[in-house]
Design a protein around this ligand. Structure first.
Ligand SMILES: *Cc1c(COP(=O)(O)O)cnc(C)c1O
Ligand SMILES: *[C@@H]1O[C@H](CO)[C@@H](O)[C@H](O)[C@H]1NC(C)=O
Ligand SMILES: *[C@@H]1O[C@H](CO)[C@@H](O)[C@H](O)[C@H]1NC(C)=O
Length: 566
């Protein structure tokens, strides 16, 4: 009988142990659940804490209010009858745009498939000539803000000579094209020395300012991930920083904080930036100067902030390019902006702006070689062979390297100082005319204190977009800005000799717009509703003032489509 008890007690213990196992298991699950919940709670608390510290209670409410407002507008715009009406209006604007951009008519021949037999050389050259001479806004006569930075015939010939000699080259094969490798390395070295780079500094050349900025953001994100284990990267930029930073945020999944640049200085608020810094911050940004207003952010203060928090700081000197380093040598006021500020870790410099190199050329500089290596792409096991490239592109045009190198050597330090003298001098002439000339200063005011080549102005009495449209009608292409509504001129060498003409036309246009405004007020508001609008006024005046940007997005998408209508 004794033996018969054993199985019972065995079963007993077995069943007992299985209940304890069950209990243990449920305990573990409970513990796990609590742990997960706890972690979730920490995460939410942390996020809320950084949101509240970054934007403040009022700021957070304001953000919430703004997104609710946007949401309700979007809802309204998606109502069927509203949507249909908007679609016809967008379509009408785009049809008009297309008529302007894409030539049509009986005389126009379209080439949408390959010619069966190749053309003769003469025929190719003749047709090239026709394309070059299509009717356009006259940059040759200094009518275009920005866009063409040098424009002299002689510089064009230097480029053409350089292109011709390196037309087939590609720096991806340094052994096949050793001259191109040498020139590329020398271009980067020259720009580094211009920006007072320290011993260990290094750089890379890219296809333009946008790629330089993308690379600097990527490098900072990788540094954060590898050295700090940051998985949810964030960066803080002035609201006036170039759109390329928004592109970087979208492409590389970096959360973006945009900081206000309040009047009267229109520089990024250092206080607002410092509040937004948290353990996920991978990059601070300042512009020297920014595109909209030509204002230099307080780079010294940003540098101190970056050092204190041990965060990289990028200085966007794409526009400033070769003007910034020449300012004091050309006799103008300047401010610290380069590697002499210890907190500055990277700088983007467009050789294709005031470096006078052909388009498709920029550099990004880093304080250390290690920072540069974070932007490298390496695929050690690719079936096509070990693959490594320094930036976004694979194959690159060696001809542009030669063009860039030749421009830098042709102009030289004295040439850049002289160009700086002319360009910044012309910008100062425009600035003081707007501030001091009675025909202008009654209606226009300069934004902030521009120190380089861009002068932006706004109006408290007139629609500044009507002024922009008036200038367009006189053949000038100025840039329209928003938030706040303004217009700017980016002075380049072709504009220097026609500065007084520009001011003379600006006086006339301001007078006309003022008269129009007076007449409109006299005729009452009803007449105002039916006014003729120019393109700047239509885009920024009506669509731009709505909180929901879907109409503007539709227009912009249509514009991009339009570029590819053959
Ligand atoms: C032009 C510019 C850039 C870069 O533009 P790209 O057209 O890509 O060369 C970046 N920042 C500023 C301030 C600029 O003016
Ligand atoms: C506008 O609408 C017409 C008719 O629906 C269409 O054929 C045309 O392509 C549209 N235009 C644009 C620019 O979208
Ligand atoms: C721009 O110039 C640099 C040399 O500074 C060169 O490496 C690069 O290939 C050029 N163009 C492009 C599209 O990258």
């Amino acid at each position: 009988m004794g033996s018969s008890r054993t199985p019972v007690s065995l079963r007993d213990t077995l069943s007992k142990s299985s209940t304890t196992r069950k209990q243990l298991l449920s305990l573990n699950i409970d513990l796990l659940r609590n742990l997960v919940f706890f972690l979730f709670l920490i995460r939410i608390t942390r996020k809320t804490f950084y949101q509240l510290r970054g934007r403040g209670l009022l700021g957070s409410f304001f953000d919430l209010y703004k997104s609710l407002e946007r949401f309700s507008y979007r809802l309204f715009f998606s109502l069927p009858f509203v949507r249909a009406k908007l679609a016809t209006q967008v379509n009408a604007s785009l049809t008009e745009l297309q008529a302007k951009l894409v030539p049509s008519g009986p005389g126009i021949v379209r080439h949408t498939s390959l010619p069966t037999e190749g053309w003769t050389r003469e025929k190719v050259e003749e047709e090239l000539g026709k394309m070059e001479e299509m009717e356009h806004t006259r940059w040759e006569d200094g009518r275009v803000s920005g866009a063409v930075y040098h424009g002299a015939k002689e510089m064009g010939e230097v480029w053409t000579r350089a292109f011709g000699g390196s037309a087939v080259s590609n720096p991806i094969h340094p052994d096949v094209f050793p001259g191109v490798r040498k020139m590329e390395a020398e271009v980067v070295a020259m720009v580094l020395s211009l920006f007072n780079a320290p011993e260990d500094a290094a750089g890379v050349s890219t296809s333009g300012g946008t790629e330089s900025i993308l690379m600097a953001c990527l490098s900072a994100r990788e540094r954060g991930r590898i050295e700090r284990g940051i998985r949810e990267p964030e960066m803080i930029i002035p609201s006036t920083a170039h759109a390329a930073f928004q592109k970087a945020s979208q492409y590389f999944k970096i959360k973006l904080h945009q900081v206000a640049c309040p009047a009267p200085s229109y520089r990024a608020s250092i206080h607002a930036i410092s509040r937004l810094i948290n353990p996920n911050t991978i990059l601070l940004v300042g512009s020297a100067p920014n595109f909209p207003h030509g204002i230099i952010d307080d780079i010294s203060a940003l540098s101190r902030l970056a050092l204190r928090h041990k965060i990289p700081l990028h200085v966007d000197c794409c526009l400033g390019s070769f003007l910034m380093p020449c300012l004091s040598k050309a006799g103008f006021d300047s401010e610290p902006f380069d590697f002499r500020l210890k907190g500055v870790t990277s700088i983007s410099v467009d050789t294709h702006k005031y470096g006078f190199a052909p388009k498709g050329n920029s550099t990004v500089l880093y304080r250390t070689k290690k920072l540069r290596s974070y932007q490298y792409f390496i695929s050690p096991a690719w079936s096509g062979g070990v693959y490594a490239s320094p930036s976004m592109a694979g194959s690159r045009p060696g001809a542009l390297i030669a063009g860039c190198w030749a421009s830098l050597m042709r102009v030289g330090e004295a040439g850049y100082i002289d160009a700086c003298h002319k360009i910044v001098g012309a910008a100062k002439t425009i600035e003081s005319a707007i501030r001091e000339d009675d025909a202008l200063n009654a209606d226009l005011r300069v934004i902030g204190r521009p120190m380089v080549s861009v002068v932006a102005f706004a109006s408290d009495t007139l629609s500044i977009y009507d002024v922009a449209d008036g200038m367009s009608a006189k053949g000038w292409h100025l840039n329209s800005l928003q938030d706040p509504p303004a217009v700017h001129v980016a002075v380049t060498l072709p504009i220097v000799p026609v500065t007084e003409d520009l001011l003379a036309d600006l006086r006339i246009v301001v007078g006309e717009v003022r008269e129009m405004e007076v007449k409109r007020l006299a005729e009452g508001k009803k007449a105002g509703a039916e006014r003729q609008r120019g393109s700047a006024s239509a885009l920024y005046g009506v669509a731009g003032s709505l909180p929901d940007k879907s109409v503007v997005e539709d227009l912009a998408r249509g514009f991009l489509d339009c570029l590819y209508v053959a």
